[in-house]
Design a protein around this ligand. Structure first.
Ligand SMILES: *Cc1c(COP(=O)(O)O)cnc(C)c1O
Length: 399
């Protein structure tokens, strides 16, 4: 039996069975719907992209996968070079893994060992944000702040090694003042906190974080698993404020194959670079730098650059603002829009119950959670299709 994610198996609603997917559309036996969540925010070019398909087929004829321990191959080498080229500053050292959660684990391990390697054993703490989500593995859960995982807090109690603060500059200043000698890193989802409810905050917070991290020699980690490749309207938020480590996932592989990467700056890499094996990064997911995944990522980045996706995303943002301008309802607490992400937050979770089926009947796939109705559309969406996504949202409140 198939065990579904984030579901009470006893009471869960029957999932829609997909038999075909093309462009922005998902097809069931008797319906066609726009995927307004891009398969968990990853399918930026839509489904069944011929250029990506062809690239995979070509690589498949050579080999699908070889381990990266003791072996290497062109797709991995090329992708590392490409990421080095497109990421800002000296974010040049790419460590691949099979999912965003694992790539976050790698980033946190790097930050801890960065100091251990320099003999600073007291820096065992991590600063993180309230409402953060960094994945479902254990350390990622610990730095996250998601009420769905509170059973872990109940089981273990709050971690002594993680501090959570709101996205508020005073709180940030205070946390650094108090904990800076013990912190190895500050990890954030920059500008847009996804699974914590599409929370958006200002760049000034990140600029201040960069200053404090420099002043107190704490590593700044951007978890751009969700925000990378344009979601906030910026190619990477790292283009605005430079982190020491960046984590990419989700749209890195265009929604095709699970893969992610942790990219470090030279300073971080150099702390591991030594004659002693004790200073090496001891990590190695079986499927890291999978050749098919790297091939997809290379093609995806090529399409992203060639087709000027940043302008497409700006257009999506404009249309989103236009369509939701002045839209209000007594059940709505706030409407938030940033780049290719829109969120309607309601006061009561009950106000969204039944929305998924309502949207399905109108030809839109949506997956609201808690108090959040949102869209994270594929960037290839047409204006007409996007308007339909918002019309469906508005119709729900009008019915
Ligand atoms: C989805 C997500 C992750 C986890 O990625 P997986 O590939 O699902 O393990 C980590 N961080 C952020 C910000 C995410 O949105």
């Amino acid at each position: 039996m198939l065990w579904y994610p984030y579901e009470q198996m006893k009471t869960m609603k029957k999932p829609y069975k997909i038999i075909k997917a093309e462009g922005v559309y998902l097809y069931t036996e008797d319906n066609k719907m726009i995927d307004s969540v891009s398969s968990w925010w990853s399918t930026i070019h839509g489904y069944n992209n011929q250029e990506i398909n062809d690239a995979i087929r070509n690589q498949l004829d050579k080999f699908a996968h070889v381990m990266l321990g003791g072996l290497t191959h062109e797709p991995a080498e090329k992708l590392a070079e490409k990421l080095k080229e497109i990421l800002p500053g000296d974010l040049d050292y790419c460590f691949f893994s099979d999912s965003g959660s694992v790539a976050v684990e790698v980033a946190l391990k790097m930050a801890l060992q960065y100091y251990m390697n320099q003999g600073q054993k007291e820096r065992t703490m991590v600063l993180a944000l309230e409402k953060a989500y960094h994945g479902d593995t254990f350390k990622a859960m610990e730095v996250g702040d998601d009420e769905d995982y509170h059973f872990v807090l109940k089981a273990y109690g709050k971690s002594q090694n993680v501090i959570h603060i709101p996205t508020d500059i005073d709180a940030l200043d205070k946390a650094f003042e108090k904990y800076h000698l013990k912190l190895n890193c500050f990890i954030v989802e920059p500008l847009l906190q996804g699974a914590g409810g599409m929370q958006m905050y200002d760049i000034s917070f990140l600029k201040r974080a960069r200053q404090l991290c420099d002043k107190y020699k704490v590593l700044l980690i951007f978890d751009e698993v969700a925000t990378g490749f344009g979601r906030t309207g910026n190619r990477f938020v790292a283009d605005l404020v430079q982190p020491d480590i960046i984590v990419l996932g989700k749209s890195l592989v265009a929604g095709y194959i699970g893969h992610a990467v942790t990219v470090s700056s030279k300073k971080v890499f150099d702390a591991f670079y030594d004659n002693s094996k004790d200073r090496a990064l001891m990590h190695g997911p079986t499927f890291m730098a999978n050749a098919l995944a790297c091939t997809v990522a290379l093609k995806s980045i090529e399409l992203f650059e060639k087709n000027d996706y940043i302008s497409k995303i700006k257009k999506i943002e404009e249309i989103s603002k236009r369509e939701l301008k002045d839209f209000t309802d007594e059940r709505i607490k706030e409407i938030r829009i940033m780049g290719g992400c829109t969120c309607i937050e309601v006061f009561d979770t009950k106000d969204l119950q039944g929305y998924q089926d309502f949207a399905y009947k109108k030809g839109v796939f949506s997956r609201p959670f808690l108090k959040y109705m949102y869209s994270m559309v594929p960037y290839i969406i047409t204006e007409e299709e996007l308007v339909k996504v918002f019309q469906t949202m508005k119709d729900w409140f009008k019915k």
